[in-house]
Design a binder for this molecule. Structure first.
Ligand SMILES: *[C@@H]1O[C@H](CO)[C@@H](O)[C@H](O)[C@H]1NC(C)=O
Ligand SMILES: *[C@@H]1O[C@H](CO)[C@@H](O)[C@H](O)[C@H]1NC(C)=O
Ligand SMILES: *[C@@H]1O[C@H](CO)[C@@H](O)[C@H](O)[C@H]1NC(C)=O
Ligand SMILES: *[C@@H]1O[C@H](CO)[C@@H](O)[C@H](O)[C@H]1NC(C)=O
Ligand SMILES: *[C@@H]1O[C@H](CO)[C@@H](O)[C@H](O)[C@H]1NC(C)=O
Ligand SMILES: *[C@@H]1O[C@H](CO)[C@@H](O)[C@H](O)[C@H]1NC(C)=O
Length: 778
């Protein structure tokens, strides 16, 4: 009799059979062997960390090996990420890895293969890409940064039915390519051919090849104006990058109208006709248009559906045209680095209420000099090109960059309506008054208000702001003390308060700043990113998918100045993990340096120079193990330099010059062996290398300190010395008083001199000089 319960064990049998086939390791035997063969084929495998690819290793499940990804249910390998691992990248071919298709055929379920950045010179005869049609599940193949030439296209024979993405950027493709070359790729959706030497793409209407193509990258080749016309045959094309080519020549509206499904067009760094933008209106579906670094100065694009316009770094000039008002769908507008003039407030920008990202920096939005005298009349506010109050209506703004214009007047309280703002840069304008305290975006990560004329205390607007990463208030006229709440800004990484008139002591709680990479990644705009990726200045290098909005504002950054030594070039890419620091230099801070600052263990740079700090250098500073730059110069610090400082082994810049430090200089070991006299000069009581020897019979001043006998007996009789000194001093003083009394001119000169000495902060003088000078120009 059959009981329904007898069927319960069938699934168990199936599971057992399944594991039996897989050798109980979850990873298929044939695939493990193939992986080991692959490893054996690499000349320098040990250099590229294939350590776990090893049978004797206890991780015998090859699905756990690095660069391998399996389907969890079938245990079959579906992804191989072998980029940057198959070197060596020597100039000669010896030891280089040649592509061998047979090695990949055991991975029958492979979907994703990345062989990029391997300088692969070619393939083994009869083992080329023609055999790839056996890999019927393949969807993505990355072959960028290798040395393949045009023959690779023909070598893909048969069809690779599922292949959706092929990346051949940075190879040696040249001359012309033909649409027939792509007949193996019926279903290709994304094709990247950027950064090769191709000059023509021959297409025919009747071809079925590439009929599903949606994304095409032809940037950085040798194409000419013909290319745009030949692309009309791709009916599904949505995103096209043909930047970095010479596209000069005229286009008819019919030719451009044929690209009527195109949604994103990138032409950055190309030469192109001034009339081009005028005609893009015929591309009905266009939403994103990027035409940066193209020397354009003609008309602006007029196309209602545009959501993003990137026109930075061109030669546009004059007022913003009124047709801008019709771009009502616009979310991103970048007009930075041009020569636009006139009053933004009176332009049509205010009607663009959908804007989320607005970049207008480095233009000449300017106020006529003769009218600036009326700047205190509030009804003239907008007329005079002050920071426009209508910004308050763009409540969706998340990024606002208007640096380097001539904006005047106070920051309007309308800015407080921008509650979504994440990035605010109004630096290098002529803004004055105090920052509105209502300013209240809890999302804000970066604030740049440096190089303005802002006064009053440090704005409490940023109090309690847990997302703030960068606060740059350098070079203003801020007064008062550094508020304690700064210590509560839990994400703060960069605090720049240099060149203000801040007083009081450094708050202990500054050490509460964690100076750690916050979980909330801040947006680093062009100039910051530029610092990290300055070697890829050309925008078409940038993978738009990954970088997101990227504005290249070519400018020297405060951070660059602030950063230490020449390490900037090693900040490759992940700048966030490196840049932590505080700059309080050139203020009027007094009191002792709080020893608690020694708890900021992740700090990389600290500049407290040009203040009136007193007391000793805290011994706790030796905990600042990651510190690369420490500048305590031009203060009144006294006592000994803690010898423990030599434990800071990353230190590259160190200065305690011009203080009242005494005793011996730190031992010349580790980084301290590299610091010269300039790091210590201006401390009369300090001795030891690289300054003069402490034991040597030095100048009298050295001997004076040692009167407590530490250094053995005195060399001259101190009583005689004091009496002589006193007599000479009194004589000189009487002489001076007599001269000043007799000659009124010298008297005035003397008191002027004294006045300057009282302002003994050198920076104070410099700042005022600069401000006065600017003021007189305005
Ligand atoms: C390989 O590419 C991945 C993703 O594109 C990247 O994260 C990784 O760093 C690359 N590895 C090497 C060794 O280049
Ligand atoms: C290509 O790979 C297959 C499979 O691993 C191997 O048998 C063959 O010898 C390789 N060919 C060359 C020339 O290395
Ligand atoms: C653009 O610049 C060129 C050369 O500087 C000049 O001849 C031309 O008049 C300018 N066009 C416009 C519209 O400003
Ligand atoms: C804006 O669009 C309206 C309606 O389509 C049109 O009449 C007007 O001419 C456009 N304005 C400009 C300056 O292009
Ligand atoms: C800040 O803005 C939010 C949202 O608009 C509001 O609810 C909150 O009351 C504001 N806080 C202050 C201190 O103005
Ligand atoms: C510290 O600040 C002063 C004045 O602002 C500047 O001159 C100096 O170069 C800075 N030091 C370092 C190491 O950046």
């Amino acid at each position: 009799m059959e009981l329904p319960g007898c069927y319960w064990w069938w699934p168990v049998v199936l599971v057992l059979v399944h594991f039996g086939m897989n050798g109980c390791f979850g990873c298929w035997e044939q695939e493990r062997i193939a992986l080991l063969q692959l490893k054996a084929s690499i000349d320098h495998a040990s250099e590229y960390d294939f350590s776990v690819w090893n049978l004797s290793n206890k991780v015998s499940d090859c699905c756990e090996w690095e660069r391998v990804k399996c389907n969890i249910t079938t245990g079959r390998v579906i992804q191989l990420t072998l980029n940057g691992t198959l070197g060596p990248w020597s100039r000669e071919d010896r030891g280089r890895w040649y592509f061998n298709a047979s090695m990949f055929l055991p991975f029958e379920e492979l979907q994703y293969l990345d062989l990029s950045s391997n300088s692969i010179p070619g393939w083994v005869p009869n083992e080329g890409f023609e055999r790839f049609s056996a890999l019927s599940k393949l969807e993505v193949v990355h072959l960028d940064f290798n040395h393949f030439n045009n023959s690779i296209l023909q070598s893909f024979s048969g069809t690779i039915a599922l292949l959706k993405e092929l990346d051949l950027r940075y190879n040696n493709l040249n001359g012309s390519i033909h649409i027939q070359d792509f007949k193996a790729f019926n279903n290709l959706e994304e094709l990247y051919l950027g950064r090769n030497y191709i000059n023509d793409f021959v297409t025919t209407e009747d071809s079925n090849s590439l009929s599903k193509l949606q994304v095409l990258d032809l940037s950085g080749n040798n194409f000419n104006a013909r290319i745009l016309k030949s692309l009309a045959v791709f009916p599904s094309l949505k995103r096209l990058n043909i930047g970095g080519n010479n596209l000069e020549g005229s286009y008819t509206t019919k030719e451009l109208g044929a690209l009527n499904n195109l949604e994103q067009l990138y032409l950055d760094d190309s030469s192109i006709d001034n009339s081009f933008l005028h005609k893009v209106g015929v591309m009905n579906s266009l939403k994103v248009l990027s035409v940066q670094y193209c020397n354009l100065n003609g008309s602006l694009p007029a196309q209602r559906k545009l959501q993003e316009i990137q026109l930075s770094s061109n030669n546009f000039e004059g007022m913003l045209p009124s047709c801008m008002a019709n771009l009502t769908s616009l979310q991103v507008l970048d007009l930075s680095n041009n020569h636009f003039t006139g009053n933004i407030a009176r332009s049509r920008l205010p009607s663009l209420t959908s804007l989320e990202h607005l970049y207008l920096s480095n233009n000449d939005f300017l106020i006529p000099a003769t009218m600036s005298t009326f700047s205190n009349l509030s009804n003239l506010k907008d007329l005079l090109g002050m920071l426009p109050t209508w910004l308050g209506n763009m409540s969706g703004l998340t990024e606002l960059v208007m640096a380097k214009n001539q904006l005047e007047g106070p920051i309007p309280i309308e800015l407080c309506k921008l509650v979504r703002l994440r990035f605010l840069d109004l630096s290098e304008n002529n803004l004055s008054g105090s920052t509105p305290s209502c300013f209240n975006s809890s999302y804000i990560t970066s604030v740049y208000l440096n190089k303005n004329w802002l006064s009053g205390p440090i704005p409490c607007a940023f109090k309690n702001n847990s997302n703030l990463v960068t606060l740059n208030l350098r070079d203003n006229l801020l007064i008062g003390s550094i508020p304690d709440w700064i210590g509560n800004l839990s994400s703060l990484s960069i605090l720049l308060l240099r060149e203000n008139h801040l007083e009081g002591t450094i708050p202990h709680c500054l050490s509460n700043i964690t100076l750690m990479a916050s979980t909330q990644k801040p947006i680093f705009r062009g100039y910051e990113l530029l610092l990290a990726t300055y070697q890829i200045r050309m925008p078409y290098y940038v993978d738009w998918n990954h970088v997101g909005y990227f504005v290249t504002v070519v400018s020297q950054t405060d951070e660059a100045e602030f950063t230490t030594k020449n390490r900037i070039d090693s900040y490759n890419g992940d700048i966030l993990n490196y840049m932590f620091g505080i700059d309080l230099s050139c203020n009027k801070l007094v009191g002792e340096i709080p020893p608690q600052l020694g708890m900021m263990s992740t700090i990389r740079a600290m500049n407290l120079s040009h203040n009136n700090l007193t007391g000793p250098i805290p011994t706790t500073f030796s905990n600042l193990k990651l510190m690369e730059s420490l500048d305590l110069s031009y203060n009144n610090l006294s006592g000994k330099i803690p010898p423990e400082l030599t434990e800071i082994t990353f230190l590259a810049v160190f200065s305690v010059a011009h203080n009242n430090l005494s005793g011996t200089t730190p031992e010349r070991k580790n980084q301290f062996g590299t610091f010269g006299e300039s790091s210590y000069e201006g401390n009369p009581l300090l001795c030891g290398p690289p300054l003069h020897d402490c034991t040597k019979i030095g100048p009298p001043s050295t001997k004076l300190v040692d009167h407590d006998g530490e250094d053995g007996g005195s060399f001259i009789d101190m009583d005689v010395f004091y009496i002589t000194f006193l007599v000479v001093y009194i004589t000189a003083l009487l002489g001076l008083v007599a001269v000043l009394y007799i000659n009124p001119y010298w008297c005035r000169a003397w008191f002027n001199f004294i006045e300057v000495c009282i302002d003994n902060c050198y920076c104070f003088v410099v700042v005022h000089y600069r401000k006065l000078f600017n003021f007189r120009l305005a």
